[in-house]
Design a protein around this ligand. Sequence first.
Ligand code: SF4
Length: 246
Amino acid sequence: MKTANWNPWHGCKKISEGCRYCYVYRQDSRYNPEIQSSEVRKTSSFDLPLKRKRDKSFKLESGTLVFTCFTSDFFVDEADNWRTEAWKIIKERSDLIFYIFTKRIDRFNVSLPPDWGDGYENVIIGCTIENQQRANYRIPIFRELPIRHKTIICAPLLERVELREWLDKSIEKVAASGESGNEARICDYEWVLDIREQCINADIPFCFHQTGAKFLKDGKLYRIIRKYQISQAKKAGIDYRINHPG
Ligand code: SF4
């Protein structure tokens, strides 16, 4: 499956523990130090899914999995007005699959299109949790929302989390990841294996997406550089029923 990134706005406000070393802030301070990462602004890619090539075909090919708003949060309040327009674009490109991660699932209904109904078929929402407290708050809200495709994203995983009570067929996948960056907090492989076991018991697909920069395994702390964090997680070979890149 082809993949693409669409960042209709950039910048975000930190709202929970998982945001402490947010990669958007890290990337901005490294590559665009003049940017204030906490300021949310529309980007020049706002209408990327509607852009066409010279031959009039769409730049984003039909069937592409589009990682949406990964340099912000799709539900950040500064984007409430822009989101109305973004939903229209998502509806218009119903031949693409839009994958949206959020730490603001409690704002999901703000600016939701009137024709949303039970959800657009081409939208996957990933509810991000980093610890038990955030899971306890966000997942019950998430479960009640009219969304056709729901995933739970445990990232950056900061402690052991108990998800069992929410793992049923309404959840299509659970993913776990450690934290990246120089200041990353430790990700313990035991926590990852524990989530995996919970998923297997509920027969829900599980993906170990990346190790993070500080990975604890069998009592030993490994420092893993960015370019190997995904491949090392794959090497563990612990994914369960995963057959697509999302
Ligand atoms: S919600 Fe996501 S993008 Fe926004 S500050 Fe937190 S980690 Fe960064």
